[in-house]
Write a protein of this length. Structure first.
Length: 334
């Protein structure tokens, strides 16, 4: 792929900057736990003018996947069709987003559409950082896509090769600073003006030049102006929520009561969750039950369902992007 070696991993609470060498060994260069625009601008100023790979945490991305039956016809209106299709499932208006899509066949030969975009809040931050620091993001993608190439999403995004191609065949976002876009537009305008002037000059020469011989006919081929255009890149989001029965869950005993984790796990298994592990919490001093989700989409989808099964206060429901399970439940004494 390209020679970009800097990778920014952006998550809900800040970002990390990695440098990756030819041996695919990532080195953490900088870590900031803040999404304050001024602080981000200060910390990333040293990357001004560079080409960067931008890896987004799944918690700040929309990743939407759906089997289409009957299949959509891929034509000039495909994006309008996709916008209408995702409206019932995506809470934000994608028409105001930059987003991208890919259409492929699933293992059963049916048409599958994949759509990706950063959530609105982070689109605005990314745009401003790109424009203020003149940073070009050659690739923008979520970690769940990057991990399809390598278990480490940092290495996975570095291995991405499908950057250019037909819109419906390549899932890739890129972002160019407005200043750079303005330079390209100005250059195109100047090229177009030059061609027009050249054509007009040739026309005048033909019209007013006297022929050397009366019977001689002069034929001149006039070139047609060529307008070079650059495709407009529009970003893409994806939202994939697991089914209740497919959730991966860890039930931990946060008390001195033996067998409480196994007893509690049976409640969730009876409700339909199949993948449950049990263990001990970091301490036995938990008084109240605690529920931890891997991301906000899982919380919004299932917290009410968990509350119907077992007593959990809203103050004890949290999000931790670092956990390996979709949800962790810690038992308390009450």
């Amino acid at each position: 792929m390209n020679n970009t070696k800097k990778i920014i991993y952006w998550h809900r609470f800040g970002f990390k900057v990695y440098n990756i060498d030819k041996n695919l060994s990532p080195t953490l260069e900088k870590e900031i736990d803040s999404n304050d625009l001024e602080k981000i601008e200060t910390e990333l100023k040293y990357l001004s003018g560079q080409n960067i790979l931008l890896l987004l945490a799944d918690s700040i991305s929309y990743l939407y996947e759906k089997i289409i039956d009957p299949p959509l016809i891929i034509d000039s209106h495909i994006k309008d069709k996709l916008l209408e299709m995702i409206k019932p499932d995506i809470p934000e208006d994608f028409s105001q987003f930059y987003w991208d899509f890919k259409i492929k066949n699933d293992p059963n030969g049916k048409q599958k559409v994949v759509i990706f975009a950063p959530i609105k809040e982070f689109q605005e931050i990314i745009n401003q950082i790109s424009n203020k620091l003149a940073i070009k993001f050659d690739v923008i993608e979520p970690e769940s896509i990057a991990t399809t190439r390598d278990p480490s999403p940092i290495i996975g995004i570095y291995k991405k090769t499908d950057i250019k191609g037909k819109d419906e065949e390549v899932l890739n976002l890129s972002l160019t600073p407005l200043k750079e876009n303005s330079k390209k537009i100005t250059k195109k305008i100047l090229i177009f003006i030059f061609i027009i002037v050249l054509i007009f000059s040739i026309f005048l020469m033909i019209k007013f030049k006297k022929p050397i011989y009366k019977n001689t006919t002069t034929s001149i081929i006039t070139p047609s102006p060529t307008l070079i255009t650059t495709p407009t890149l529009i970003p893409t989001p994806t939202l994939t929520i697991k089914e209740w029965s497919n959730l991966t869950m860890m039930v931990q005993n946060g008390t001195n009561q033996k067998g409480l984790a196994a007893k509690t796990a049976s409640i969730f298994k009876t409700s339909g969750i199949n993948q449950i592990e049990i263990g001990n919490a970091d301490t036995t001093s938990y008084i109240l039950n605690k529920l931890i989700f891997k991301d906000i989409f899982l919380q919004e989808s299932y917290q009410d369902r968990f509350k119907k099964l077992i007593k959990i206060d809203d103050n004890n429901i949290t999000i931790d992007n670092a956990i390996t399970f979709d949800v962790i439940f810690i038992t308390g004494t009450n």
